[in-house]
Design a binder for this molecule. Structure first.
Ligand code: DGL
Length: 269
């Protein structure tokens, strides 16, 4: 039986989910957090739906074994392919998932054209098609899946020329087709927001779901009487299936931490 003092388990294929974790920390500063970066299997976005489901299930199991009271699948790729399956498998565990934020983009566009930057697997997910049909049927949604962009963020290259060129190669055609908003449909991409802003200024409204996922996490914990009521700062424990030193350095950079956090190795899956 989970209890309110237990940690929240947050997962991603790598460091991308830290863009969601930082929003959860802002909103729920007293919660203890367990973060699992499945870096040994990153990227998920080039994998089949079956592989993605299998990896997500294994990571969920690791987080639950370490005492998580709820799970946040801080990865659009893992979420769009696995959340329904996980909820069936773990009916008593509160699970927060995410889909690219097409709805707010559809509500904000003036041109009636929006872009979605996602991984290849997310771009093919029925869950994405579903939100497009439900919330954006009257606008044009252009999906782009830049190969290699996740890996560049994984290696900390959030401002490099290589990253800028890859982004331009994929965003320029969307802007040329009239897109005035872009949905960051992969949790690695919010770390590219400063670069996208420097390239497109106010030509592109940038939409990401980190804050909405944090709000949903709050609601789900509250509804399940699982909010931590202590008033001392929550702890952060980071695990990876990959290189602990590398994940520590990149985490420090992405979360603008004063020092390199300790990252522990957790079973390679
Ligand atoms: N961060 C992930 C997402 O939100 C996936 C990156 C990957 O492993 O391909 O889609």
């Amino acid at each position: 039986m989970a209890n309110a003092g237990d940690p929240i388990g947050i997962m991603d294929s790598g460091v991308g989910g830290l863009s969601v974790l930082r929003e959860i920390r802002k909103l729920l500063p007293y919660e203890d957090l367990l973060y699992y970066a499945d870096s040994a299997n990153c990227p998920y976005g080039i994998r089949s739906p079956e592989e993605i489901r299998d990896l997500t299930q294994r990571v969920a199991t690791i987080l639950l074994q370490r005492g998580a009271k709820a799970l946040v699948i801080a990865c659009n790729t893992a979420s769009t392919h696995s959340v329904a399956f996980l909820r069936q498998l773990l009916p008593h565990i509160p699970i927060v998932g995410m889909v690219p934020a097409v709805k707010p983009a559809a509500n904000s566009t003036r041109s009636g054209v929006v872009g979605v930057l996602a991984t290849d697997a997310t771009s093919r997910a029925p869950a994405l098609q579903d939100v497009i049909e439900r919330f954006a049927s009257d606008i044009q949604v252009l999906i782009s899946a830049p190969p290699g962009l996740v890996e560049l963020v994984e290696s900390g290259k959030t401002e490099s020329t290589e990253t800028s060129t890859l982004l331009k190669n994929h965003l320029d055609p969307l802007v040329a087709q009239g897109a005035d908003a872009v949905v960051l449909g992969c949790t690695h991409f919010p770390f590219l927001r400063p670069l996208i802003e420097s390239l497109y200024g106010d030509k592109l409204l940038i939409i990401d779901s980190g804050e909405a996922v944090a709000n949903q996490t709050y609601r789900v914990l509250d509804a399940n009487h699982l909010l931590n009521l202590k008033s001392t700062p929550g702890s952060l424990s980071i695990f990876t299936s990959g290189d602990t030193q590398q994940v520590g350095l990149i985490t420090q950079k992405l979360l603008k931490m004063d020092s390199v956090p300790t990252v522990k190795f957790a079973i390679k899956i």
